[in-house]
Design a protein around this ligand. Structure first.
Ligand code: NG1
Ligand code: MG
Length: 504
């Protein structure tokens, strides 16, 4: 059953608990819109950023993840006008105004080689028009954006922007589709930028419920289960700390993000062959084969664990399939060359690259480290289901901090040692954070820089932040101004998902 995007005319539906600070922001955006375009906007589309608590680099493997939406978000004030040109301005003067016209046929072309901020809007605009099948006469749009998600730091500023552009374009054309359709459109749209992303960020931005994290399953179909953190005393708090190391996924994709996607895809193909999973059923649908699909196919016939409670079933399956993956990949601990993979699969190297979409997302490497990537993916999936189990166990003792924190620390070790998507600054921040009282510290988002997330007791948040400012920021970035520091390290709690704010 599909869910609809909330249309609200009161902000407390969107910012439970953070109302005051945001009322002023909407007021300022509306006034700036009138100044820019000489009229009131029809509506303001809102899509939040997200922090991934645990479950890294496994959404594109088809495994469940555990992120939560955060208060920082992307706002786009919109007025539909005659004609078919789109005007896009930004309250942040750093992003110069842009204008483009709808071109019948291609709708709008996106030059991936130019890293221009308008490309993210164009992705959403194009995806939305394709989704509502209105590529004949879209309305003209006057847009003004205000983004408060720090950019390229792993908090999904890019996905918040694309989701917001999708909703804005659909709403302006009078066809705002369901949450599920907006997610599907946004995931496909963001790939026009050139990164072969999974669906975690867009799903979290669009489908999060207030005061809850989201247990997101992608396969066999998209399913979001709101999960509240254990009601401990004092409450659990999360602090986000940006290493200030820029990691623009769109730029480093061929040796980082997109390469990891290809390694897990090739791993899934080889594992399927190793387990004699028939090509036909495993690759039934057009989507590339994932580790999750291989695992489901492998146990589809008969498996004793079927009637076990969820975590026990997951544990049995993931442990069993990881053993088989290790048996297969341990022959090449230094990694496999493309030819070795193609030979194992009895297909040409060219066909293999096509099968894993490197024609659209080129990668650069001479070895695919399949053993390490599989070990991370399967073990991370198990940590996610265990994390949810602790949250839903009903236990509200201090033990929750320790159990949840330990899973986050294990995730960081696996990201650093097996998936190799950490960096020295992230490792340093996590070490300092644990010394400063964090129960669990790990990178969040794609990694290779960007943000980290820390599980702390709410009553020690301020001391924790002060210690990290002392131990990390004042040492490495003494020139950071106070307002930049406010954006670099901050406490956060689950925010609600996307909404359309319609002036009553
Ligand atoms: P960030 O770092 O927020 O761009 C990326 C992917 C996610 C997921 C994480 C790693 C996109 C749009 N986002 O997030 O799908 O794979 O890395 O867990 O590609
Ligand atoms: Mg992103």
């Amino acid at each position: 059953m599909d869910h609809s995007i909330p249309i609200v005319s009161a902000l407390d539906d969107v910012y439970a608990g953070n109302l005051l600070q945001h009322g002023a922001r909407y007021q300022a955006l509306t006034e700036a819109f009138i100044e820019t375009y000489g009229a009131m906007p029809d509506f303001i589309a809102r899509a939040p950023g997200r922090v991934n608590i645990i479950g890294e680099h496994i959404d594109y493997c088809g495994f469940p993840v555990f992120p939560m939406a955060i208060v920082p978000d992307c706002l786009i004030a919109v007025k539909a006008v005659d004609g078919s040109s789109v005007k896009l301005s930004n309250v942040n003067a750093k992003f110069a105004a842009r204008q483009f016209a709808y071109q019948s046929g291609t709708i709008v072309d996106i030059d991936q080689s130019v890293h221009d901020w308008v490309n993210y809007f164009k992705c959403g605009y194009r995806g939305a028009l394709e989704a509502i099948a209105n590529t004949s006469s879209p309305v003209g749009m006057q847009c003004l954006m205000d983004g408060s998600v720090p950019i390229s730091v792993g908090l999904s500023s890019s996905s918040a922007f694309v989701c917001c552009a999708v909703m804005a374009t659909m709403k302006a054309n009078g066809k705002l589709l369901s949450q599920e359709r907006v997610v599907e459109t946004s995931v496909a749209s963001e790939r026009y930028i050139g990164t072969n992303g999974g669906g975690m960020d867009q799903t979290t931005s669009i489908m999060s419920q207030p005061q809850s994290a989201a247990f997101i399953e992608f396969s066999p179909m998209l399913r979001v289960t709101p999960v509240r953190f254990p009601n401990t005393t004092p409450p659990i708090a999360f602090v986000i700390a940006n290493t200030m190391v820029e990691s623009d996924k769109a730029v480093t994709a061929p040796t980082n993000y997109n390469l990891r996607v290809v390694e897990t895809r090739i791993g899934a193909l080889m594992l399927a062959k190793h387990l004699n999973i028939s090509e036909h059923s495993a690759c039934a649908n057009a989507d590339p084969l994932t580790f999750k699909t291989v695992m489901d196919e492998y146990f589809a016939s008969s498996y004793p664990g079927d009637r076990d409670p969820p975590v026990l079933k997951w544990t049995k399956r993931l442990t069993a399939i990881l053993e088989r993956a290790e048996a297969l990949f341990a022959t090449h601990p230094q990694g496999f060359t493309l030819d070795e993979c193609a030979e194992y699969l009895s297909i040409s190297a060219n066909n293999l690259m096509k099968l894993v979409h490197t024609d659209r997302f080129p990668v650069r490497t001479d070895r695919f480290k399949l053993l390490q990537r599989a070990q991370h993916a399967f073990s991370e999936a198990l940590r996610v289901v265990k994390f949810r189990q602790v949250c839903e166990s009903g236990d509200t003792s201090d033990e929750c901090f320790v159990a949840l924190g330990a899973l986050m620390n294990q995730s960081q070790d696996s990201c650093r040692d097996l998936f190799e998507c950490s960096c020295p600054e992230l490792d340093e921040v996590c070490k300092l954070a644990r010394k400063a009282g964090s129960f669990g510290s790990r990178l969040t988002g794609a990694g290779w820089g960007g943000c980290s997330v820390h599980l702390v007791r709410q009553d020690s948040c301020d001391n924790f932040i002060a210690t990290l400012k002392q131990e990390y920021y004042s040492k490495h970035f003494p020139e950071l101004a106070d307002d930049e520091l406010k954006n670099a390290i901050f406490a956060t709690s689950p925010s609600s998902g996307a909404a359309i704010y319609a002036f009553d």
